[in-house]
Ligand binder design. Structure first.
Ligand SMILES: [Zn+2]
Length: 233
């Protein structure tokens, strides 16, 4: 009797060409690879916004390269949907070339839990993640907002809106021109809602799945197309 082959996840690396999903809005799809986010780019006439970096310096450098190519010399902004490693732990790569903007809750949560998440991810997810997190240093954003803010990219206005405690304590949604939605891990496709409850290290999630309904309400009100969700966790 042969032994079963162990399930091995591919490395959590962001790769692939940005796909234009709406005028001026591009996504590098997650490819259904665990711990890879849908990375977004909103290309205006004046500036470009990047949404999420991937987890490693290598992935973030790839994303930054694609952003610079799309920007053609225009200024760059970076935001991340929430503080989890695969969404924002490449931010240091953007620090010298981009304006990094988070909401206050997300910034505070990163300061409080970021180092612990590095240790936890290394312990849970194996060698690929240990490798991905090598050299990661957690940095503060350049700008912090409360509640909601807008960035006029020229031809596209992006709203960064604090969502409140749900998947994390500081989720935000990114809405482009009132119709394209980046929701991070507030909603997923083809899987259940994700509630990363890790007592005693992290309990700042809402265990009531119905708490996610405001995101559904946003979707119903805006009828966004497309709506880009996240990748575990
Ligand atoms: Zn997450």
């Amino acid at each position: 009797m042969s032994e079963m082959e162990p399930h091995v996840s591919p490395p959590p690396v962001v790769r692939g060409e940005p796909v234009e999903v709406s005028s001026g809005v591009f996504v590098i799809p997650d490819g259904r690879v665990p711990l890879v986010p849908n990375v977004g780019f909103v290309v205006g006439t004046r500036a470009v916004l990047v949404v999420d970096t991937g987890m490693s310096l290598d992935s973030a450098a790839y994303v930054l390269g694609q952003a610079k190519r799309l920007a053609e010399g225009k200024p760059l902004y970076l935001t991340v949907t929430h503080f989890h490693p695969e969404h924002g732990f490449g931010a240091q790569v953007f620090a010298d070339s981009s304006t990094i903007v988070y909401n206050r809750e997300q910034r505070d949560e990163l300061r409080l839990k970021g180092a612990g998440y590095i240790d936890m991810f290394k312990g849970i997810f194996g060698q690929h993640v240990v490798t991905a997190l090598e050299g990661v240093e957690l940095i503060d954003p350049h700008e912090v907002y409360d509640g909601e803010t807008e960035i006029d990219l020229g031809g596209h206005v992006v709203t960064l809106r604090t969502f409140g405690r749900a998947h994390t304590g500081g989720d935000q949604v990114v809405i482009v021109d009132g119709r394209v939605l980046f929701g991070g891990d507030l909603f997923e496709t083809r899987m259940f809602p994700i509630v990363p409850y890790f007592p005693p290290d992290d309990t700042d999630v809402d265990l009531m799945s119905c708490r996610h309904s405001p995101c559904v309400a946003i979707c119903r009100r805006l009828r966004p197309w497309p709506a880009l969700g996240g990748a575990w966790p």
